[in-house]
Design a protein around this ligand. Sequence first.
Ligand code: HEM
Length: 188
Amino acid sequence: MTLLLNNPEALKKVRDEIDAQVANHVRLLEESDLSNLPYLQYVITETLRLYPVVPLMLPHESSQECNVGGFHISRGTMLLVNAYSVNRDPKVWEEPARFMPERFEGAKGEGKLMIPFGMGRRRCPGEGLAMRVVGLALGALIQCFEWERTGKEEVDMAEGSGLSMPKAIPLEAMYRPRQIMLDTLEKL
Ligand code: HEM
């Protein structure tokens, strides 16, 4: 939501996409709509690329002696994978620090390594559920409310410390119900 507030044209694009999918604003977004909302998915994927929830993954241990990128790793070494850095690799991503959901449009993102959910055998088993829940929650907030920043300046994106990289300053934003959604909201 913070990235969308800082990129109002992307926020409008998501809202237009949802409005086109849920014609006449007669109901709340449903899980079955998500597959028809590609731009919403690109926004979430781009957010997880820039701000992976678990930037250093969970600690892993090498089960065998091995060599990674020229570094000798003994058996039993604790390994931390820097997903934050992998997801912003300038050799892979054009303007890696920029929020650009369009970079996933069509098949453009295919084959490019980003690992917000890890990879391999210990990859997050909750990925499918997480993507649906985040899609529904964010989509419904955008469908039902007008969102604005509290001031002219961009919302601060600095990261606080912690395993899950929280925002340093919690988001404060202004919102009001959209007129066209009032009937639907009243029936909830
Ligand atoms: C946006 C939401 C989520 C993100 C970004 C996320 C990310 C991750 C990451 C990065 C790992 C570590 C992978 C590794 O070390 O290689 C992980 C592990 C795990 N996640 Fe998630 N996760 C999310 C939601 C969920 C949900 C909703 C569930 C369960 C319902 C879940 C269950 C787990 C479990 C059980 C593991 C440990 C897997 C293992 O060690 O074999 N996660 N997740």
